[in-house]
Design a protein around this ligand. Structure first.
Ligand code: S3P
Length: 190
C-alpha cells in the first residue's frame, strides 16, 4: 500500500528504529534499519567501524547502504542520526522517499540514549554537550525534511498515529499511500 519509502530522520534517541518498526507493521510493509544494514554489510558493529576506520569511512558506507535501500521497493527506513546531514543522501531521499523528522527535546533524547552505550559519538565527550552541539548543527538540516513530528515521551503508538494522520492530510497523500482515505488513523495497538 506504500508508494514511497518513509524515511525517519532525527537525532540519536529520537525513536527512529522503534517507531519505524511499529509504523511498518501498521502499514503492513517491510522495515529496514540503515544502521543494522551497515553492520551487516561491514560484518562488524558501528562502534568497530568508527574505531578501526574512523567516522569518514563509516559515512561512506552509510551513504552507499542508504542509496541501495532507498532505490528498492517502498518500505519504512530508519536512518542513523547523521545520515540526513549528507547532501547526496538527502537528495536520494528527496527523490525516492518522504522524509519524516522525529523531533525531541534534549532531556528526552538524553534519557533515551542512556539505555545503550554503543554509540561512538556519545563517547567523544560529555553526552549532554555532544548532544547539544549535534542539535545546534543538525536541527536546521533536519528541518528540511518533508514532515516534522514532535515526539514527547508519548507511547510509540501515539507517534505512529500522528505520522499517519499527517500523511493523510497532505495534498499529495495519494502519491505516498494507496487509498489514504481508507487508512484508520486512530491510535491502534498494532
Ligand atoms: C550517529 C547515530 C547512530 C549511528 C552512528 C552515528 C549519528 O544511529 O548511525 O553511531 O551521527 O548521530 P542512531 O541515530 O540510530 O543512534
Amino acid at each position: 500500500m506504500l508508494k514511497r519509502t518513509l524515511v525517519l530522520v532525527g537525532l540519536m534517541g529520537a525513536g527512529k528504529s522503534s517507531i519505524g518498526r511499529r509504523l511498518a507493521v501498521r502499514l503492513d510493509t517491510p522495515f529496514h534499519d540503515a544502521d543494522q544494514a551497515i553492520e551487516e554489510a561491514a560484518g562488524c558493529s558501528i562502534a568497530d567501524i568508527f574505531e578501526r576506520h574512523g567516522e569518514a569511512a563509516f559515512r561512506d558506507v552509510e551513504r552507499k547502504v542508504i542509496a541501495r535501500l532507498i532505490d528498492g521497493p517502498p518500505h519504512v527506513l530508519a536512518t542513523g542520526g547523521g545520515a540526513f546531514m549528507d547532501p547526496t543522501t538527502r537528495a536520494a531521499i528527496r527523490e525516492h522517499g518522504l522524509s519524516i523528522w522525529l523531533r525531541a527535546e534534549l532531556q528526552v533524547l538524553l534519557r533515551r540514549v542512556q539505555r545503550r552505550s554503543d554509540r561512538p559519538l556519545l563517547k567523544q565527550g560529555n553526552p549532554r554537550e555532544v548532544m547539544s552541539r549535534l542539535m545546534a548543527e543538525r536541527h536546521p538540516i533536519y528541518a528540511e525534511a518533508d514532515m516534522t513530528i514532535d515526539t514527547p515521551d508519548a507511547l510509540h503508538v501515539v507517534v505512529v498515529a500522528e505520522i499517519l494522520r499527517k500523511i493523510t492530510e497532505r495534498p499529495d497523500a495519494d502519491d505516498i499511500i494507496a487509498d489514504p482515505g481508507g487508512l484508520d488513523v486512530a491510535v491502534a495497538t498494532a
